[in-house]
Design a protein around this ligand. Structure first.
Ligand SMILES: Cc1cc2nc3c(=O)[nH]c(=O)nc-3n(C[C@H](O)[C@H](O)[C@H](O)COP(=O)(O)OP(=O)(O)OC[C@H]3O[C@@H](n4cnc5c(N)ncnc54)[C@H](O)[C@@H]3O)c2cc1C
Length: 297
């Protein structure tokens, strides 16, 4: 189903993100997670794309598994770092032949362990170039639904927040259908980002990215993420009260994310995207606390 038919329904979409597993054991665990979350009837699920090498094929494998074994709508992520036009077309055609209707088009970061990677040799410099390329391609691939990334707290490479909105607008003007945001913990950042998008003339749906904190290690990983994250004092205070107790930290994480979702829903968010980290408990807990039994496709 095309993303336009999924998110323009007058009610918020709910979607889940997974990353491709690295071993047979984690693959089995992920399938269990997916089966566990399927009854929540997400509007779609998205699958991340590795920074390079063999990990990239795993995205395709997971997308195929989701199509073969579930009724879910998969949206693969696709980064253009280190890809040329021929490779991008091959990937897109393969997806289209399998029945995929949408893609999340990203630039990506330099390959891991290669921070001095010279991007000037890449065919595509920015995500905007990838979106333009897809829209200018042959009939089958040009009509794919396209999502792009947005950064409510700002992307670290562009400290000029006015220019950043111009770059985001360029992705939409090139043909993107929706924006999915990086995770954030302060809803004011999202609401302000949404208003800045309106001021910039961006009129596509903006899906809010939410990640419940599940452990202190997870929090530290997020602190190192590109483009994130700002941790509000009220979240840090709640976590400090847990005194390093893993079960309490998980509960606080679910409660905090539930409050975030509740406020977003009360303020007409067009969709919420859960960064699941390939686990089902937190997402299920949030759905339950929000009183959502089943979403509608
Ligand atoms: C929802 C979401 C999903 C993601 N999934 C993945 C994934 O699966 N795999 C992965 O590797 N990474 C993923 N990322 C991370 C993402 O690839 C990185 O954050 C990357 O640094 C930015 O990607 P982008 O598509 O926003 O790039 P771009 O839109 O190209 O922007 C990158 C930077 O360049 C600037 N810029 C854009 N256009 C111009 C221009 N014309 N001139 C000068 N500067 C410009 C922007 O302001 C920004 O600072 C994801 C991020 C999000 C928010």
């Amino acid at each position: 189903m095309h993303i336009k038919d999924i998110i323009n329904k007058g009610q918020p979409s709910f979607s889940f993100e997974f990353f491709p597993p690295k071993s047979d054991k984690s693959s089995d665990e992920l399938l269990k997670t997916i089966k566990d979350l399927e009854p929540l009837d997400p509007s779609y699920v998205s699958i991340t794309y590795g920074a390079g090498g063999t990990t990239r094929e795993r995205t395709h494998e997971l997308v195929e598994k989701i199509l073969d074994l579930t009724n879910l709508v998969p949206i693969p992520h696709l980064t253009c770092v280190q890809h040329d036009e021929e490779e991008i077309l091959r990937i897109l055609n393969r997806y289209c032949d399998k029945g995929v209707s949408n893609i999340l088009a990203l630039r990506g970061d330099p390959p891991r362990g290669n921070n001095n990677y010279d991007r000037s040799h890449d065919t595509f410099q920015y995500a905007c170039d990838l979106v333009k390329f897809i829209r200018g391609s042959a009939k089958k691939t040009k009509s794919l639904g396209i999502g792009v990334a947005g950064f409510p707290e700002g992307h670290p490479e562009t400290p000029n927040r006015l220019k950043e909105m111009d770059h985001l607008k360029a992705k939409i003007d090139s043909g993107a259908d929706y924006i999915c945001t990086q995770l954030f913990f302060d809803n004011h950042d999202f609401f302000d980002f949404r208003e800045r998008c309106i001021l910039a003339g961006i009129d596509v749906p903006i899906i809010a990215g939410i990640m419940p904190i599940s452990s202190m290690q997870g929090l530290e990983r997020m602190a190192n993420l590109a483009g994130g994250s700002r941790f509000p004092a009220k979240l840090l205070k709640s976590l400090r009260r847990c005194d390093s107790n893993p079960a309490s930290i998980e509960k606080v994480g679910i409660q905090y994310a539930t409050e975030q979702c509740s406020e977003l829903l009360n303020n007409e968010v067009e969709g919420i995207h859960f960064y699941t980290l390939n686990k089902s408990e937190a997402t299920k807990g949030i759905f339950e606390s929000l009183g959502i039994n089943k979403t509608s496709k």
